[in-house]
Design a protein around this ligand. Structure first.
Ligand code: SAM
Length: 236
C-alpha cells in the first residue's frame, strides 16, 4: 500500500514510520510512505505558505495554492486516490475506518497547521475528513501517523502473524482479553490456570468471558452495542 503525506514537516513522518513494524514493511516493499513538503510548492520568494485569515481573528491559515499544487504533482494523471484531511472537525477515527482505508492501494493524507487550511483547497481535493479525537493538536502530522500506523497493520504481510489483527480489540466489537507471558508467577500473582492447561476450547471460552468483562467495565457503550447483536450473552 502506498501513502502520500502532504505536510509542512515531512521529516517528522519519515522518522516515526521508518522504525519498528512499519519500518520493516517499508524495507520489504509492502508499504511505501512518501512524505511531501507542501512548502516546495509555494511561489513566494520567502517560501511562505500561510497568510492572515480574511475576516480577522487569531492565527494564520495555510494558503490553497501550495496544497493543491502539491497534490496535483504527486498524484498519477488519470487516478483519483482518496484524500484524507486530518482535522478535529472530522469523523472520529475507528478500527472500522482503518479496515475500510486498508482496502485502498493508494491513500493521500493531508496535514494542516496553524489555524488550518483555506476551505477552497479542501473542497478541491479532500474526500474524507478524519479526527483522531475531541482535542486540538498543533498539526495533523501526529494524527496522520496514527492513521497510517493503524491502517498499515491491517495490510496483509505487515504483521508477522496476521491472526493477531483479527483477534485484537474492536475486531469483534469487544476489547481484547488480558494477556500473560513468562514467568508463570510474578510477585505472588500467578498466570490463570486455564491458560496453562493446553485445552484450546476452554482457553477460548475463558478469553471470551474476560473480553466481555473488560468491555463492560471500560467501554459500556461498546458492551451494550455488542449485546444488541448477541442478546443471548446478556447476564442479568
Ligand atoms: N482551527 C482548527 C479548528 O478549530 O478546527 C484547528 C487547527 S489545528 C491547531 C491545526 C491542524 O492540526 C489542523 O489543520 C489539523 O490538520 C490538525 N489537527 C488538530 N487536531 C486534530 C485532531 N483532533 N485530529 C486530526 N487532526 C487534527
Amino acid at each position: 500500500m502506498k501513502f502520500h503525506v502532504l505536510t509542512l514537516f515531512p521529516q517528522m513522518i519519515m522518522d516515526a514510520l521508518n522504525t519498528s513494524i512499519t519500518g520493516r514493511a517499508i524495507d520489504k516493499g509492502i508499504l511505501s510512505v512518501n512524505a511531501v513538503d507542501i512548502r516546495d510548492y509555494t511561489h513566494d520568494k520567502h517560501l511562505k505558505v500561510d497568510d492572515y485569515p480574511y475576516g480577522g481573528g487569531a492565527g494564520m491559515v495555510m494558503q490553497p495554492g501550495p496544497v493543491v499544487e502539491c497534490y496535483e504533482n504527486i498524484v498519477t494523471k488519470g487516478t483519483k486516490p482518496r484524500v484524507v484531511y486530518m482535522t478535529p472537525q472530522g469523523e472520529t477515527f475507528s478500527q472500522a475506518k482503518a479496515k475500510e482505508l486498508a482496502q485502498e492501494e493508494e491513500l493521500v493524507i493531508l496535514c494542516g497547521h496553524y489555524e488550518g487550511i483555506d476551505e477552497r483547497a479542501l473542497e478541491e481535493i479532500v474526500t474524507d475528513y478524519i479526527s483522531i479525537g475531541d482535542y486540538v493538536l498543533t498539526g495533523g502530522e501526529l494524527a496522520a501517523m496514527v492513521v497510517i500506523d493503524s491502517v498499515s497493520r491491517l495490510v496483509p504481510g505487515v504483521l508477522n502473524n496476521d491472526v493477531s489483527a483479527e483477534t485484537e480489540s474492536f475486531s469483534d466489537g469487544l476489547l481484547e482479553y488480558p494477556q500473560y507471558t513468562r514467568p508463570v508467577e510474578f510477585r505472588g500473582k500467578k498466570v490463570p490456570e486455564v491458560l496453562l492447561s493446553g485445552h484450546h476450547a476452554k482457553i477460548d471460552e475463558w478469553r471470551h468471558e474476560k473480553s466481555l468483562e473488560r468491555t463492560k467495565r471500560f467501554r459500556p457503550d461498546l458492551y451494550e452495542a455488542y449485546l444488541k447483536d448477541h442478546p443471548e450473552e446478556r447476564k442479568n
